[in-house]
Write a protein that binds this ligand. Structure first.
Ligand SMILES: Nc1ncnc2c1ncn2[C@@H]1O[C@H](COP(=O)(O)OP(=O)(O)OP(=O)(O)O)[C@@H](O)[C@H]1O
Ligand SMILES: [Mg+2]
Length: 283
């Protein structure tokens, strides 16, 4: 923990600077790939290797790197959607990886994820209302129907959709609207940290820009902290306070966005910057 000072004569801590909401230390994931023929040992793939990162309360940390470098594996390990091989994750001072099932349930309320394709794992015959309200049924099952509906409606409006959407089915919506529904579902429990895993990569640039601006607005409105994963340097730069550059399972460098994009320490970061021309929308 950094930047704390003690009130004189009091045992209370006063926060004086940036505080880490999330502390990742030496996080590693080794995948066992399929076994060889005739029982020979399978290969090991070190997808994430000894990664340490802090994410400060209220900031957006951009995580950028080429396809296959381990971004999603890292993002999902934070929420324990993938079990790490080793290392530690602390959320608001609590050890995520040793949390019991009950503790994990409480932690999950505070940490949510937004996917590239928000409905990949959902039934296309679900109505929007059911999709957005489902986390409330699981985590706040004492809520009555009227309260659940008003929370759902409030969130629907926060993401820029109208009330009539509630009764429609997910498959009736465009990609951008689907992402808005995915965001409403992720926010309905009022989490503090959102892992955004390539939320605009499947969208047209202009629709993607609207979603990115919505994420910015929601961050202010709900006091959110983001880990924003993307392979696109311009998008990451537009949204992030700090940027971490990942290559082959490791963080090469991490620093303020301006510094990473104007005077990167690594040749690889320069290559990434050169590889993704800046559309006008992100400049
Ligand atoms: N379940 C798995 N079993 C074995 N290998 C895996 C598994 N999931 C991912 N990998 C491998 O781990 C490496 C990192 O994958 P990961 O999906 O985390 O990368 P990524 O940076 O998110 O890529 P992309 O930009 O394409 O989404 C890749 O080589 C991938 O093939
Ligand atoms: Mg990925």
């Amino acid at each position: 923990m950094e930047a704390f000072c003690l009130f004189s004569g009091q045992s209370r801590l006063r926060y004086t600077g940036t505080m880490s909401l999330l502390e990742i230390r030496n996080l590693t994931k080794i995948y066992q790939t399929q076994e060889g023929l005739f029982g020979s040992a399978g290969r090991e793939l070190r997808a994430v290797n000894q990664v340490s990162l802090d994410i400060h309360a209220g900031e957006t940390l951009g995580l950028v790197g080429e396809s296959g470098c381990g971004k999603s594996t890292l993002g999902r390990m934070i929420l324990r959607l993938i079990e790490p091989t080793s290392g530690s994750v602390q959320f608001d001072g609590r050890d995520v990886l040793s949390a019991s099932a009950g503790e994990m349930r409480r932690l999950r309320r505070q940490m949510q994820i937004i996917f590239q394709d928000p409905f990949a794992s959902l039934d296309p015959r679900m109505r929007v209302e059911e999709i957005i309200a489902e986390p409330l049924l699981i985590h706040e099952n004492s809520l009555n129907g009227a309260s659940r509906r008003s929370r759902t409606l409030e969130m629907l409006q926060a993401v820029g959709l109208d009330e009539a959407s509630l009764r429609r089915y997910a498959h009736e919506f465009s990609g951008g609207q689907r992402q808005r529904i995915g965001i409403a579902r992720a926010l309905i429990l009022r989490p503090r940290l959102i892992v955004c895993d390539e939320p605009v990569s499947a969208l047209d640039v202009s629709v993607g820009a609207q979603i990115v601006n919505l994420l910015r607005q929601l961050q202010r409105e709900f006091g959110l902290t983001y880990l924003f994963i993307s392979h696109s340097m311009p998008v990451v730069r537009y949204l992030s306070d700090r940027i971490a550059v990942m290559r082959a399972g490791e963080i090469l460098e991490c620093g303020p966005s301006g510094q990473i994009t104007t005077s990167p320490a690594h040749e690889y970061t320069r290559t990434l910057l050169a590889a993704t021309p800046e559309p006008e929308l992100w400049s």
